[in-house]
Design a protein around this ligand. Sequence first.
Ligand code: FCB
Length: 477
Amino acid sequence: MSTTAVPATQGRLAFPSNFWWGAATAAYQIEGAVDTDGRTPSIWDTFAAQPGRIDGGDTGATSTGHYRRYREDVRLMAELGLSAYRFSVAWPRIRPAGGAGVNAAGLDFYDRLVDELLAGGVRPVATLYHWDLPQELEDAGGWTNRDTALRFADYAAAVAGRLGDRVAMWNTLNEPWCSAFLGYGTGGHAPGRRGHVGALTATHHLLLAHGLGVAALRAANVAGQVSVALNAGAVRPLTSSAEDADAARRIDGLLNRIFFDPILRGVYPADTIEDTRDLTDWHFVHPGDLPVIAAPLDAICVNYYQPDLVSAAPAGRLDHGTPYPTAQAVQFHPTPGPVTHMGWSVDPTGLRDLLLRIRTDYGDRPIYVTENGAAYDDHVEPDGAVDDPERIGYLRGHLAAVHEAITAGVDLRGYFVWSLLDNFEWAFGFSRRFGLIHVDYATLARTVKASGRWYARAIADNAIDEPRTGDQRAESA
Ligand code: FCB
């Protein structure tokens, strides 16, 4: 199937007829019920309990209460008209304590969720690993231990055996860059370990887990597409100098190509291996790993938030806190223009460029944008409304960028807003709201925001209004 034929009407951008309009969440960010039905702690329970790790001392212990309220949430999805919902499965619900036993009660929850989604006309898209590693596996070395990749394959097989007949698309991993470079590099994410060698080791074991996970899904004969969600971005040099071009090349290697190349070409980027030579000889890559990692996929999924603007740092101004190994001499710059409540720049051209680049460098293949969205400081007004025009501007601008890529021939089949609901935003706790639906954390009441209604309209029309020049800035300022 090709998605390239997009009818154009004046002022309107129409999407291909079978385009997936989705929204995404992740288990630890929404479920709560951390001790329920046999679940054991993950690295995020442990990390969030440590003082100073999470803004406001927040944890995911209750969060949005989705574990108990999933029926209400699916009803809201159906009201919005979503054609797909991307959720993640919590590993410690399925294989408590990371052990060999399968917890039927954990599988039952996702089984009910999937059936509820299908009954509501919403395609289930399941991510197997959205960062909640069973704590016992971390105690044995976590992602720096090769054995964790093998455990992941066992866990994937258990989930596939139960849900494989009904899930429309699988993501083995969500954003392995964050797991490796924040979890084991800077320590800003769970498990909070610091060290660039650990980050590179974890990267390889995550990639191996992906490959073994693909094999487990194929062995289970799953009906849906098999894929992986990478946080990718356009990396731009600040000036046309050779030094800035080299800074951009180095970061592009450590953000994008270190994942895309092994998965889609079966090799690590030679320049990245060379860049990191002083840190490691990459002995953790065993003969035979790369063909496993490069197992054919049905689609590639990308999560996009903002582009990166980089330069060579002025002499003596090294960034010792960088998550990027051997990139202390690279400086990151704010992109001119509006930013979200995360401080992330609003630049839809970065999404368009990323999509075009994947096609140019990795060939014509089905692509989904499995996360895109923005945090703003939303409030429920006295009349009960949540007005979030900036988020509408953000979504419209980025959907227009998606449309541009489709028109240019990219086989882009779907788009998922991050997020369905306001939720636990990792180290930021509940202080950042990304949802199409507002959550009152005191009462757990849900309120569809204006952006949620706007998105529902877009889904119903299978089209959006073309952004006017300056819209993005006006709506996001
Ligand atoms: C991504 C994560 C997702 C969410 C968004 C804002 O990196 O995959 O869980 O936190 O950022």
